[in-house]
Design a protein around this ligand. Structure first.
Ligand code: RRO
Length: 310
């Protein structure tokens, strides 16, 4: 019998595969659809102090091997997500709140509010690429550290940070040193690759409106970068810090590769947006089949055991 369950901060997930914060998780109805699917947990849209409409449309486009988005953090405000916690928890799955902001006081206020709910885990988003005029926090190491210290001081829930992709070993090392000195339980790696540009050559135009067409790239384009981030952080982080892998997971093979690189849980963004809730069952089955063929019965049998060429 193949088991794809996982544990994060003492919380049990029947399946290691769930949605990523972002697509199809802004309203209660959308979140219930995830809760009644084969997803192992439910992740809510990143929320801010005030509700936000987000950027003008068109702001999301499916493209050949993935997606480009500049949603601009549309959400219903943290109070809404706090209020729907009991309803969502009634489906019996771990529930993850995602929190975004531009300053540490905003993160603090929202974390404090979720402390008194029965949400299971907090994901601190340090990597939204699409708020006009606001750089991605995860590329500002000092500010990232300040926010993590504030969250570590106030959070009564297990928490982790959602990071942007890094591309140079020196940046992985710098961020890993900070992470190893915080009270963090996990990282979510990676958010979309920020400020990509997709062009419709026929109309000679960009395909999304905000920021002159620049937006976060997701889907198949980003899997190698996501695997590299999972792998590098697996090498550099204390083993008690778990890794939630996200970026271009469309199949059981993709899922297998992320676990092999060191991930504990997996999230689906663009692929979930394109295929909807049935994707959780499909990828879970595909992963079980691969594990069965290889003679693995649990994720621990191969997690992090990627081989290199000597
Ligand atoms: O809402 C968005 O524009 C958005 C967010 Br908060 C994020 O973290 N990543 C992304 O690709 N888009």
């Amino acid at each position: 019998m193949v088991d794809i369950s996982a544990n994060l901060s003492g919380i049990h997930f029947d399946s290691c595969i769930m949605n990523a914060s972002g697509p199809l998780d802004t309203t209660l109805d959308e979140l219930v659809d995830i809760a009644i699917s084969a997803a192992g947990g439910v992740v809510m849209k990143s929320c801010t102090i005030e509700a936000r409409e987000g950027n003008p449309s068109p702001r999301y486009m499916d493209i050949e091997w993935g997606s480009i988005n500049s949603m601009g953090l549309p959400n219903l405000g943290y109070k809404y997500y706090n209020e729907i916690v009991p309803k969502l928890k009634s489906y019996g799955k771990p529930l993850i709140a995602s929190i975004a902001g531009v300053a540490s006081e905003e993160y603090k206020k929202i974390v404090e509010a979720f402390n008194s709910s029965n949400v299971d885990i907090l994901e601190i988003n340090l990597s939204c690429p699409n708020v006009v005029g606001k750089p991605q926090i995860g590329y500002d190491f000092e500010m990232s550290e300040e926010i993590m210290n504030v969250v570590g001081d106030v959070s009564e829930k297990p928490w982790g940070v959602k990071l942007p992709p890094y591309f140079d070993f020196i940046h992985f090392e710098e961020m890993a040193t900070i992470l190893n000195n915080t009270k963090i339980s996990f990282i979510v790696s990676i958010n979309s690759i920020g400020n990509a540009l997709f062009i419709d050559w026929n109309s000679e135009k960009v395909v999304i409106k905000p920021k002159g067409g620049f937006g976060g790239l997701g889907g198949k384009y980003i899997k190698p970068t996501a695997l590299a981030n999972v792998r590098k952080f697996h090498e550099l982080l204390n083993k008690k810090i778990k890794i939630v892998g996200v970026g271009g997971i469309y199949t059981g093979i993709d899922a297998f590769e992320f676990i092999l690189s060191g991930a504990t849980l997996l999230q689906l963004g663009t692929s979930f947006s394109q295929e909807g809730p049935p994707i959780f069952e499909r990828i879970s089955k595909e992963l079980c089949q691969i594990m069965g063929k290889k003679g693995y019965t649990t994720l621990d049998d191969f997690r992090g055991k990627l081989k290199v060429i000597e």
